[in-house]
Write a protein that binds this ligand. Structure first.
Ligand SMILES: C[S@@+](CC[C@H](N)C(=O)[O-])C[C@H]1O[C@@H](n2cnc3c(N)ncnc32)[C@H](O)[C@@H]1O
Length: 442
């Protein structure tokens, strides 16, 4: 028998009352028939016309855009960016919300994830429920902080630069990104065409005047002559090996944080918001309270940010071990911390390298995993090292909550949790949880 073709509901419109915010930059609503909609461009409490963008008759839930606002929330503003809105750029999620409301929505998402996945109330997680703006980002409604020091532009078939539409490969051509840092805008990527390129990443270091452009050609595409006004280093992604190669200028940018200069090479991780690195180092050190002589771990250490800050505090009698899987990031970390004998950086995946190190105890641990989180096996291993305190830096509250549950099973509970709005206008939020051991079963 032939399977019945799925009936697409794309384009179908429903008038709905918008319910609470959900993780991912949308709100939950139900149709009269009880069908669940995840609605973008809406705010809780609004009555809107939602047009389905993804989903079929048989889908568990549908995705939709609010295309008409019948009863606006008091938190609504006109989106400052002309490229934000249904069917347009997918980069920002909350352009249509006042800055304070954006932070409240993010706080509600963190609270919901903690409750659902870790069984923790904000009080139990040691969190006051607020999401704190980065220094300098408190702007009036209708204005936008220009914070993105790294922007990956997608290039359309005609060579125009833009950003991808939400959950799509289609490119929304733009002439300016409002959240791009000044240094990125000055590179003028949107002002010229990039024939034969698939993407162009623009990086403006916040700790120096270093600027970098990383070009990814289409298959068989030839590199353009890059005649940008400023001295800019140019790298390209190799078609055959996928590796980043230097075309001209430096192969790295220099960032500044925690009173040190950091070399960040070729696609290595560095926080995108210019204040993020200092904000997070401060939160981690305040929570961990390192002591002279401590043995400390910095897991998923990137170019060595927390390892460097820890090394200053544990002093000459202490030791810091960083683990990072990116080869170039490891080279950068070793270079960045070459003046500190007490720091050792190991290359490889945390779950593979850590058991091989033979370390059986650590006094304090920082972990800053990618979006997927650390996972049960790594959490177990960390708890077995019986650290006095653990600082968990998380870019995804769902992964954080899952790992907090595993930590609780191993006898570690959060004593404080702080949340920072290091990605204004988007749904992303960064958290720092400080964990301490409690007696098992308590
Ligand atoms: C969120 S970044 C944190 C980097 C650094 N702590 C910082 O703040 O700049 C996560 C880092 O983990 C690295 N990474 C991803 N998976 C890993 C794994 N399984 N083991 C070790 N490092 C990993 C990535 O290359 C990236 O540098």
């Amino acid at each position: 028998m032939q399977p019945t073709p799925a009936t697409s509901l794309v384009g179908q419109e429903y008038e709905v009352e918008v319910g609470p915010v959900a993780h991912g930059g949308h709100c939950v609503a139900r149709t009269e028939g009880g069908r669940v909609l995840f609605v973008r461009h809406a705010l809780p409490g609004e009555r809107v016309v939602a047009r389905v963008t993804e989903g079929e008759e048989s889908s568990r839930f549908l995705r939709a855009d609010a295309v008409e606002i019948l009863t606006p929330s008091k938190d609504r503003v006109e989106a400052p960016c002309p490229f934000s809105g249904p069917g347009k750029c997918g980069g920002c999620d909350w352009q249509h919300a006042k800055p304070g409301a954006q932070r409240r929505l993010k706080g509600e998402v963190v609270a919901e994830q903690l409750k659902r996945l870790a069984g923790l109330t904000p009080e139990e997680a040691g969190w006051d429920g607020t999401v704190v703006p980065a220094e300098g980002d408190k702007v009036p409604a209708g204005q936008v902080p220009a914070w993105r020091t790294r922007v990956q532009y997608a290039i359309d078939a005609e060579g125009h630069a833009g950003l991808r539409k939400h959950r799509s490969h289609e490119v929304q051509v733009i002439d300016r990104c409002l959240i791009a840092a000044e240094g990125v805008s000055e590179l003028g990527v949107e002002k010229r065409t990039w024939p034969q390129m698939a993407s162009v990443e623009a990086i403006a270091a916040s700790g120096s005047n270093d600027r970098q452009v990383i070009l990814t050609p289409r298959p068989g595409g030839r590199l353009p002559l890059v005649d940008l006004d400023k001295p800019v280093s140019v790298l390209r992604v190799g078609e055959k090996d996928g590796q980043i190669h230097r075309v001209h200028g430096r192969a790295f940018v220099r960032e500044r944080a925690a009173d040190r200069t950091w070399r960040v090479s070729e696609g290595g991780f560095w926080q995108v918001h210019p204040k993020a690195a200092d904000t997070l180092v401060q939160a981690v050190m305040q929570g961990l309270m390192p002591r002279k002589g401590d043995m400390a771990l910095d897991l998923y250490c990137g170019v060595g940010l927390f390892a460097g800050a820890l090394a200053e505090r544990v002093g000459e009698k202490g030791a810091v071990l960083g683990i990072e899987s990116g080869k170039r990031a490891v080279e950068d970390a070793r270079h960045n911390l070459r003046d500190l004998d007490r720091v050792r950086i190991e290359e490889g995946k945390v779950d593979q390298v850590l058991p091989r190190t033979g370390i059986t105890a650590a006094d304090i641990i920082v972990l800053d995993p990618p979006r997927a989180g650390a996972g049960k096996q790594t959490v177990r291993h960390l708890a077995s090292l019986t650290p006095r305190r653990i600082a968990y830096v998380a870019c995804d509250p769902a992964a954080l909550a899952r790992d907090l549950k595993y930590f609780a099973e191993e006898g570690y509970r959060p004593v404080t949790l702080r949340a920072f709005d290091l990605f204004p206008m988007t749904h992303h939020v960064e958290c720092v949880a400080i964990l301490k051991p409690v007696a098992k079963g308590v």
